[in-house]
Design a protein around this ligand. Structure first.
Ligand SMILES: *Cc1c(COP(=O)(O)O)cnc(C)c1O
Length: 496
């Protein structure tokens, strides 16, 4: 049976994987899902000893069957090559009685590189649906920090694409801002926005929904807008690979035998990372539990304990900014699969969320979800304590996002028979000031001085791309008001 994709909110669409990747989000606002997910399993018996790239070709082959093996091989080779500082791509390391899966060895030192290094390569193999052979995709993204840079790095000079990134002025770290404003590439545009992340994100959503602008961009500039957010299938599926890679490394290290179950603890914001773990389970990976670790914005914790999702709550800007999220978009896909494809239920829940800011799922559905998904959260004091605790116990430095998961793992009862893998989503050098404060090191200087202190005190090395930002040339210094974002996008499209 051919794999086709439709919206989580209706079954009327029927798109190939390539079309779904190019389009990003369904017309009714739902996310693309495939009902054949899990029909093709990935063979786990011969995982041990396979390279990341070999595992990627097995997993992506099962998830994106309309890409040829040659196309996938090319995408994988280009995306997971020498731009990674570890040849295992996502190395697994022992951490006390647990394991840590490092997802941050890519070019921007955050886990989003895993997906955003390959998404532009996928897109290069898609073709315009309505026949304009000159059509270019412009990626439009609002970022609270990490996504913007990872998307810029992935799409810079990628054929047939351009990218525009907005970030909230003065609301990202010095390192994060420089990562974006120094980005090279002829097809990239970056602007700071006078407002917070939610303002920028809402404006981007409005721009996506503006039919008149869309027509003008298509007609005058051959440009269609698309999203690099984790709602895109092409961003989600590459993340399935590292769950298999973790399992392969546990097998190779003889921690487990084929078929043994493993537990994953995942720092969670938009629910993309952890959802990929669920996809891995559907593809045959023996996953016992997936544990959602949140920061102080604990909307998912409340949902998974009560069955009520309620975004009507204060928003906290924390020291783990990439998890500061009140609407976890990818949760919609999980609900779709757990409700056995009940598009009417999903449409109703999402309508409630839009209208009332809240929804409630049936009790039996919650019970089913809770058999697989655990949850916990850490406040900022606990995050700081855990950064220190992990360093003191293991001589391993973790960033504030990973520290949320580390905290949740410490709180859980340990099952001695089930290895536990904590996913590490960012290099501590992206947040050197907070990390130094937590570890009691000098944190009074610039971010770069903080990096040097962290390196000296811990005997670790800052990623060269981060340390080098101090003297990199700033290319972008535009600040736009919220209502100037649309014009900025139109100008960028015209200049292509
Ligand atoms: C994006 C991000 C997360 C959250 O991942 P989701 O897929 O949105 O749940 C966690 N940590 C870091 C460092 C991130 O950049």
């Amino acid at each position: 049976m051919a794999t086709t994709f439709h919206s989580t909110r209706s079954t009327t669409d029927s798109l190939t994987a390539k079309q779904a990747i190019r389009k990003g989000i369904a017309d009714d606002g739902g996310l693309f899902v495939s009902d054949s997910l899990g029909q093709t399993k990935v063979d786990i018996a011969d995982l041990a000893g396979k390279t990341y790239q070999e595992i990627a070709s097995d997993v992506l082959g099962a998830l994106l069957p309309d890409f040829t093996a040659e196309e996938l091989a090319q995408c994988i080779a280009d995306a997971y090559g020498s731009q990674w500082s570890d040849e295992r791509i996502t190395p697994l390391k022992p951490l006390g009685e647990d394991y840590i899966l490092e997802l941050f060895n890519g070019p921007t030192s955050a886990f989003k590189d895993v997906a955003l290094q390959i998404l532009p390569r996928f897109m290069a193999h898609t073709t315009p649906s309505d026949g304009d052979p000159n059509e270019k995709i412009m990626i439009l993204t609002a970022t609270s920090g990490d996504t913007g840079k990872a998307a810029l790095a992935g799409f810079a000079d990628a054929p047939g694409t351009a990218i525009t990134v907005f970030y909230p002025e003065s609301k990202v770290s010095q390192v994060q801002e420089l990562q974006m404003t120094t980005q090279i590439g002829a097809n990239v545009n970056v602007a700071a926005v006078e407002g917070n992340f939610d303002d920028a994100q809402s404006a981007v959503k409005r721009i996506f929904g503006d039919k008149i602008l869309a027509e003008r961009l298509a007609k005058d500039s051959h440009v269609v807008l698309s999203s690099a957010n984790s709602i895109n299938v092409g961003r989600l599926v590459p993340q399935v690979v590292y769950y298999f890679s973790a399992y392969a490394q546990l097998l190779a290290d003889q921690v487990i035998n084929v078929g043994d179950e493993v537990e994953f603890v995942v720092p969670t914001g938009n629910f993309g990372d952890i959802l990929a773990g669920y996809y891995a389970k559907l593809l045959g990976l023996p996953v016992k539990h997936l544990v959602v670790a949140s920061d102080k914005n604990n909307v998912l914790f409340d949902f998974l304990t009560t069955g009520t999702y309620n975004r009507q709550r204060p928003f906290f800007q924390t020291i783990s900014p990439s998890m500061d999220i009140l609407i976890s978009s990818n949760l919609e896909r999980m609900l779709y699969y757990f409700s056995e494809g009940d598009t009417r239920l999903i449409a109703m829940l999402m309508n409630d969320l839009n209208k009332w800011g809240t929804y409630e799922i049936p009790e039996e559905l919650l019970a089913k979800i809770r058999q697989l998904f655990g949850c916990g959260w850490a406040n900022e004091d606990q995050v700081r304590e855990m950064i220190a605790d992990c360093w003191n116990k293991n001589h391993y430095v973790i960033d504030p996002h990973t520290a949320c998961a580390y905290f949740v793992a410490q709180q859980m009862p340990r099952d001695p028979l089930t290895p536990r893998v904590i996913l590490s989503t960012a290099s501590p050098y992206k947040f050197p000031r907070v990390v130094n404060e937590a570890l009691g090191f000098d944190a009074t200087g610039t971010d770069f001085e903080c990096m040097d202190v962290l390196a000296r005190e811990t005997g670790t090395t800052a990623p060269a791309a981060l340390r080098g930002l101090e003297h990199a040339k700033v290319r972008f210094n535009t600040v736009v008001p919220i209502d100037g974002m649309e014009r900025f996008v139109a100008n960028a499209a015209e200049a292509l």
